[in-house]
Design a protein around this ligand. Structure first.
Ligand SMILES: *Cc1c(COP(=O)(O)O)cnc(C)c1O
Length: 415
């Protein structure tokens, strides 16, 4: 008995006007447009940010240091964590620190956000796009092997949707060929490969994102994690203008506050204490967030099991999936019946449900297609997945009632 939402997502996923709907018990309720993602920010976050604003110290300082310390504790002995103002910045710092330069090749999946590849270009290198595994949608180890040339320097695996890549195979390939590994873990907090948390594996650097729609947020921000002191030292310097210490240290150490040395043409990639204060509260809620994400994913799995859909992979028994995204793919039966991804997106939109597509593959993006001279035929798995996929809402603040509405809408499309 729902009244369909005919407005569409015209308010950037944050509609102002509630929609009247009539329910079984004849009580008129309002159902707001359900975006595909939404940050879960409560009073505690607002209080923490307010305290920073009142403190008089709003940029990198005590809160950022505390935020880094919490990640070092989370990932254990030997971990060095560095807060940055985006995961893109963190990936750039990591590639700069491992020495990527003009002519170097870095292997990345085509099924990712452009940030994974653009950082290679920042340094004059060439991202080499490869296909993904049809089951996990993660970068395929055999495709990595096939892409290695004498110019290959590094691999950037992306833990797509929050499901860890086959890091055992990837680290083995890297060791065999003398390649560096930088994990794009933008979706993967908290996640684990074969029981080992992402952030503790033997890669060179792991980068997490705290962008607004990720599993926790600082508004904009990220965390770089490494166990290599040499890389940490370089990244710390490059994070703040190539200066050898950050602004906070200058206020605390015995060296005069006004003195600093520039040792490289660095970047401006530090996180603010405003963001760090928000992040500290979010990190404290992370396991609770994760429980909710798992529960939502499990309910989708059960409710959508009999539909002509390919449901997301749950990984191996001792993998931990961060469930950043819930990606559906229409299967061959659905296509044979004339149903389509675009049709399902329209159907859900009419029911007031936001969706997205992760991602338009890089080999289809004009810049990458032209500059790398790649063709869609070289990425058959990514192509097939892209044509069939959509991400349905998955966020912790979603109510069970909202999820039921989504399940009913998806089900009715196939009825
Ligand atoms: C979000 C995202 C990034 C970039 O994160 P920012 O913090 O927004 O810079 C990089 N890679 C992937 C796969 C992402 O989803």
């Amino acid at each position: 008995m729902r009244v369909r939402d005919s407005r569409g997502p015209t308010t950037f996923g944050h509609p102002i006007i509630p929609l009247p709907i009539s329910r079984k018990n004849n009580v008129t309720m309002a159902r707001e447009f359900i975006p595909f993602a939404k940050p879960d920010i409560g009073n505690e976050e607002i209080e923490a940010v307010s305290a920073v604003l009142r403190s008089g110290w709003v940029t990198t300082g005590q809160k950022s240091l505390e935020f880094e310390k919490r990640f070092e504790e989370l990932f254990g002995d030997g971990t060095i964590a560095m807060a940055v103002n985006s995961a893109t910045a963190g990936l750039h710092l990591a590639l700069e620190a491992i020495g990527i330069g003009p002519g170097d090749e870095v292997i990345v999946p085509s099924l990712t956000f452009t940030a994974t590849a653009e950082v290679v270009r920042y340094l004059g290198g060439d991202p080499i796009l490869v296909d993904v595994d049809a089951n996990t949608l993660n970068i395929a180890p055999d495709r990595i092997r096939a892409a290695i040339t004498p110019k290959t320097r590094a691999i950037i695996p992306v833990h797509y949707a929050g499901l860890p890549c086959d890091m055992t195979a990837i680290l083995e390939i890297a060791a065999q060929h003398g390649l560096r590994v930088v994990e794009d873990a933008a979706h993967a907090l908290p996640a684990a490969h074969r029981g080992r948390p992402i952030g503790t594996l033997n890669s060179d650097v792991t980068v997490f994102s705290f962008y607004a729609n990720k599993t926790m947020t600082t508004g904009e921000g990220g965390m770089v994690v490494t166990r290599r002191p040499d890389l940490a030292k370089r990244m710390r310097v490059m994070r703040l203008h190539g200066i050898d210490r950050d602004a906070f240290d200058r206020f605390r150490s015995k060296v005069p506050a006004w003195y600093y040395e520039v040792v490289a043409p660095g970047f401006k990639y530090n996180l603010t204490d405003i963001g760090a204060a928000l992040g500290l509260v979010q990190l404290g809620r992370l396991e609770g967030f994760q429980d909710r994400r798992v529960a939502l994913a499990e309910r989708y799995r059960q409710a959508l099991a009999t539909l002509p859909l390919i449901l997301p992979s749950w990984g191996e028994a001792n993998d931990r999936h961060a469930w950043h995204l819930f990606v559906l793919r229409l299967n061959e039966d659905a296509h044979a019946r004339g149903l389509s991804r675009d049709g399902l997106i329209d159907h859900l939109s009419r029911d007031g449900i936001g969706t997205s597509v992760h991602y338009v593959p890089l080999h289809r993006q004009p810049y990458w297609r032209d500059s790398l001279k790649v063709e869609a035929e070289d990425f058959p798995v990514t192509e097939a997945a892209y044509q069939a996929m959509l991400s349905i809402p998955l966020f912790t603040a979603m109510s069970d009632d909202d999820q039921e509405h989504i399940i009913n809408s998806v089900t009715s499309y196939f009825a």
